[in-house]
Design a protein. Sequence first.
Length: 98
Amino acid sequence: PRACRHNELEDIPNLHVMMVLKSLCSRAYVTEKFNWMWYYYFLTNEGIDYLREQLHLPPQVMPSTLTKQRPTRPALAAAGAGDGGEGGGKGWGKGKGK
């Protein structure tokens, strides 16, 4: 069931990626979770600093998972402005009059 190559990193064998992550885990730069035959790795703050130093990245470069996402709609929009004034009930169900 293990793939020899990664889906996105075709030039690097999966074994190399696994060994690098195992090394980072032993240094406490990543945390490891194992669930249903899959390993999940999460960078710690120390790991971010270590990779930033090793890759010579400026301090303002952050992982995309840590950057705040901008909302797709304006934050000042009224909560019920799009419902057309109907209902005014407490839920989304198909209750009386729907």
